[in-house]
Design a binder for this molecule. Structure first.
Ligand SMILES: [Fe+2]
Length: 417
């Protein structure tokens, strides 16, 4: 965690406890998501804390109203059969009470530990996940191309700019050739659009070709403005569009390369619009791309890997749209419980695309669990992530992805030379 950056985690810890109040305040006000508008914040916290204090008082009264165990009283009984039955019953009551208190204490300790870890520790532990993706038809000149992906920053009330800056610094430290941005740059509203764009401008300013698509939360803010600001910052926005990586220079070129099959193929970087709030058209993005060119597609939502349009095009050959899809959106469920996994994943396909590499019906899908948080200011079992994809020339018809190598939060932080 950044020095002096403790204020936001502590604020988030209290905000997480106010979740019941947020649910009620949202229902009453009709607002979606957590708003940083002061009246709604005050109402949410007021409702929640009144509920917590009331519940604590009620539990305390119920506990004190329970009869004390006679087994610990100096009653002087113990002679005769009736007294023996009483003492035995008192001992059972005492044991039951100790058992209930022990279970309550264990649940309390586990809950408190999870709350502290999920708010003060895990949301701020950036990790690096590395993949090798073999793509058929990738030119030898592009073998070893390093792509770094950042997703779901959710800059806003619960995600401070210093976490985004830290993620960008560490992404730069990976020494990528190209940067992939897969949406949800802001959480909601227009307040953070300009700040998000100026932070992400660090990639183009470092001389790195940078491409991106919008996510559903950018639409909850102002998608056209977000797109415009990122474009002004030097990010090539690819919502239902495509560009190419020149094999000789490893720079972006926008024009469709010639059909000369003897020369090395460029790599097509395409994107589709958000699956929930926009439209996702592979045809718009890729209709004029020659079949020999390998194509990597950015889609904020991994569910766009199973659209009718994509399925109809087929898995391989001249009609295919994608060789590899790179996504975000799911946050890995954001809370993943031991032995259970993530109880909630925002996908039509359950946990299939929750996090990591999955075999989609047409091609592999890589899903990042992102950097920021949504709905709850909590991450548990799904720490924020930077993804590094190294492309390899694949001999097969269909692209393949090798298992993720996950490193801890101490991966190199050297600056780009
Ligand atoms: Fe997101």
């Amino acid at each position: 965690m950044k020095d002096g950056g403790l204020l936001k985690p502590v604020a988030n810890a209290f905000d997480a406890l106010a979740t019941p109040g947020w649910v009620i305040a949202r229902f009453v006000s009709g607002l979606s998501g957590r708003s940083d508008e002061l009246p709604v914040t005050i109402a949410a916290h007021g409702i929640a804390w009144a509920g917590w204090v009331g519940s604590f008082g009620l539990l305390t009264r119920l506990r004190s109203a329970r009869p004390e165990s006679k087994a610990f009283r100096p009653s002087g009984t113990g002679h005769g059969t009736g007294a023996e039955r009483d003492v035995t019953g008192d001992i059972d009551t005492g044991r039951r009470r100790v058992l209930i208190d022990s279970v309550a204490a264990a649940v309390g300790v586990a809950g408190t530990g999870s709350w502290l870890a999920g708010t003060l520790r895990e949301p701020w532990r950036l990790r690096l996940t590395a993949y090798e993706a073999a793509m058929p038809g990738l030119a030898a000149e592009l073998d070893g191309l390093r792509l770094v992906q950042l997703s779901d920053l959710h800059l806003g009330p619960n995600v401070p700019s210093w976490l985004v800056e830290e993620a960008i610094a560490r992404a730069l430290a990976c020494r990528p050739d190209i940067v992939l941005l897969t949406g949800d740059y802001v959480h909601a509203g227009r307040r953070y659009l300009r700040e998000a764009a100026s932070l992400l401008a660090a990639f183009p300013e470092a001389g790195l070709p940078t491409v991106g698509v919008l996510g559903n939360h950018d639409w909850y803010g102002d998608a056209p403005a977000m797109s415009r600001l990122l474009s002004s910052a030097g990010v090539v926005m690819l919502d239902n569009r495509r560009t190419f990586v020149d094999p000789s220079t490893r720079r972006l070129v926008s024009t469709v390369p010639g059909s000369n099959a003897s020369g090395p193929s460029p790599l097509c970087l395409a994107g589709v619009g958000d699956f929930l709030e926009d439209y996702s058209s592979y045809e718009d993005a890729l209709h004029d791309v020659p079949a020999r060119i390998p194509r990597l597609v950015l889609s904020h939502n991994p569910d766009a890997s199973q659209t009718d349009e994509l399925l109809a095009a087929g898995t391989a050959g001249a009609t295919r749209y994608a060789d590899l899809i790179v996504s975000g959106h799911t946050h890995g469920g954001q809370i993943s419980l031991p032995f259970i996994g993530p109880p909630i994943v925002p996908s039509q396909y359950g946990r299939k695309y929750a996090w990591g590499a999955a075999e989609g019906p047409c091609c592999p899908v890589l899903t990042s669990c992102g950097v920021g948080m949504t709905i709850l200011p909590v991450r548990l079992g799904t720490v924020p992530e930077i993804v590094l994809i190294t492309l390899r020339t694949g001999p097969d018809r269909v692209a393949s992805v090798r298992g993720a190598v996950v490193t801890g939060p101490t991966f190199p932080r050297t600056t780009r030379p």
